[in-house]
Design a protein around this ligand. Structure first.
Ligand code: FAD
Length: 475
């Protein structure tokens, strides 16, 4: 008689939960585990990063990674529309909202996060939305048909994306940001100022250094009142002011928590309970929380690797972000707010052309600590890797920067472990392996197999170049 499989229960069928399932199927060479996934969403896991495409012609179902039949095929018991309400660590069961107790041998918490809503008067009024799910997009679209003015609260990556969607829907759009520049967390004053100009040129209005005090209107939002008393017309209000980890299940089960929230995990993504992992935005590693998909995928892969007894641990994460807006090319990597007392600042710029490249170098000139790239960012992966691997900094900083107006030739610049698609955490090696293993013939097949370029699409040219080079020249 065959040995009983161990039960792995996954709470949350989002981006990290899904990646975990895929990777466990790959790493569980001895077929030791069977999986049950409980997700409170009505849809199977979908590409949240590509949510803005729902403002265009894309339909919800097109964002789904795999339909229910994929789960059936791999004998994954997927229970959709099922919320987990508690974890009983002693009994090793989770309780669902329907009252069912589901037993586990190993548990993976992948509950993600929810939008943070600051204290704003009447933020529960009709016409006020957050931006996290297809349901939010449907609500925003419906409201946009009835009104002319939108206000987006928050000038970070998500706020900019929401504002661009409003502008595309022909709404008079204003971003209200309490810092003095957009993307304050990622950029410095000059970089932020350049971005502000680029965004205003697109026709999006900015109110910086102020915040929304309240939303006003008869039945639904009609205007917002700013701190200084100024009023802005706003039939539609979108709050994009950050995220809060969905860590309550862990806290209530008495798992250790990170200093700033999130369920604390070690380099194997294990929580303080050796039978429970936490992956994605609900987890905290080294007291850090993550709001981008690449580190969430890295956690999902590390958890699956640990169960599959594969040596792959989570390493210190180098923060890196790219703004996926038209062709603005705005990126930041590592520590970008170090003062001149803390780091050498090297700047290459052509402000008239809208190009600004700043490197923050350690005082002993040995390591690159941070970088800001505006207007041109072909060096993104080279610099991200140099910071992550603490590569010795060259005598001439220009050795690492492409001359302004002359982007790097991506084909000759990438090594096997370089990320080609940052959103989906796909390296050049992953692409080459997929081409060899699955006998892929073109970039579309590579994209379908690896998900490269399937989210924000910002790396499409790189994926095409890497695929072409490998298929034609084998390098
Ligand atoms: C509009 C938008 C654009 C983005 N763009 C980018 C981008 O360009 N680049 C980038 O890197 N990142 C981007 N992100 C962030 C990225 O989507 C997240 O980092 C990623 O989705 C995190 O994955 P996760 O699995 O941790 O969380 P989620 O994808 O949110 O998945 C968590 C899942 O758990 C479910 N769940 C929660 N609690 C329970 C419970 N108790 N029981 C059962 N199920 C539960 C939730 O319903 C959800 O389905 C974007 C996010 C948004 C909203």
């Amino acid at each position: 008689m065959s040995e009983q499989k161990k039960q792995v229960v996954v709470i949350g069928n989002g981006m990290a939960g899904y990646r975990f399932c895929e990777k466990l199927l790959e790493y569980d060479a001895h077929h030791q585990y069977s999986m049950t996934v409980l997700g409170d969403d009505p849809l199977p896991a979908y590409d949240r990063v590509a949510l803005s495409t729902l403002f265009g012609s894309k339909k919800e179902r097109e964002l789904i990674f795999s339909e229910k039949r994929w789960y059936d095929y791999y004998k994954i018991d997927l229970k959709l529309g099922t919320r987990v309400v508690s974890i009983d660590r002693k009994a090793k069961t989770v309780k669902s909202s329907t009252g069912e107790d589901v037993p586990y041998d190993k548990l993976v918490i992948a509950t993600g996060s929810r939008p943070f809503v600051p204290t704003i008067g009447n933020s529960d009024k009709g016409g006020v939305f957050v931006y996290r799910t297809p349901q939010d997009v449907a609500g925003i679209r419906a409201r946009a048909e009835k009104v002319k003015h939108a206000v987006v609260i928050g000038g970070g990556l998500l706020g900019l994306e929401a504002a661009e969607a409003c502008r595309e829907m022909d709404l008079h759009t204003t971003i209200v940001e309490h810092e003095s520049v957009l993307m304050f967390r990622q950029l410095d004053k000059i970089g932020g100022y350049l971005l502000d100009q680029k965004i205003e040129k697109l026709g999006i209005h900015l109110k910086l250094g102020t915040s929304v005090q309240s939303v006003e209107g008869e039945n639904a939002a009609e205007r917002v009142i700013l701190n200084g008393g100024e009023e802005l017309e706003a039939g539609l209000v979108i709050i994009a002011a950050g995220i809060t980890p969905n860590d309550e299940l862990g806290a209530e089960a008495d798992l250790d928590m990170g200093q700033f929230g999130g369920i604390a995990v070690n380099e194997n993504v294990l929580t303080s309970d050796p039978d429970i992992y936490a992956v994605g935005e609900c987890a905290s590693f080294n007291d850090e929380l993550f709001g981008l998909v690449a580190p969430c995928y890295a956690m999902a892969e590390a958890a699956a690797a640990h169960l599959g007894k594969i040596n792959r641990v989570l390493e210190k994460w180098t923060p890196a972000s790219k703004l996926k807006l038209l062709d603005l090319h705005v990126s930041s990597i590592g520590e970008t707010h170090l003062s001149e007392a803390e780091a050498v600042h090297f700047i290459d710029q052509d402000i008239h052309a809208g190009v600004y490249k700043k490197l923050l170098i350690s005082k002993d000139w040995k390591k690159l600590l941070g970088a800001i790239l505006i207007g041109e960012n072909s060096e993104f992966e080279r610099l991200r890797k140099a910071i992550a691997k603490e590569t010795l900094f060259p005598a001439n900083p220009r050795d690492w920067l492409a001359p302004i107006g002359e982007p790097l030739n991506i084909e000759v610049d990438l090594e096997d472990d370089d990320l080609v698609c940052y959103c989906n955490y796909v390296t050049k090696g992953d692409i080459c392996r997929a081409i060899d293993d699955e006998k892929l013939k073109n970039a579309s097949q590579v994209m379908a197999s690896t998900y490269a370029a399937s989210s924000c699409g910002g790396c499409l040219q790189n994926v095409l170049a890497v695929t072409k080079q490998y298929i034609e020249h084998g390098i």
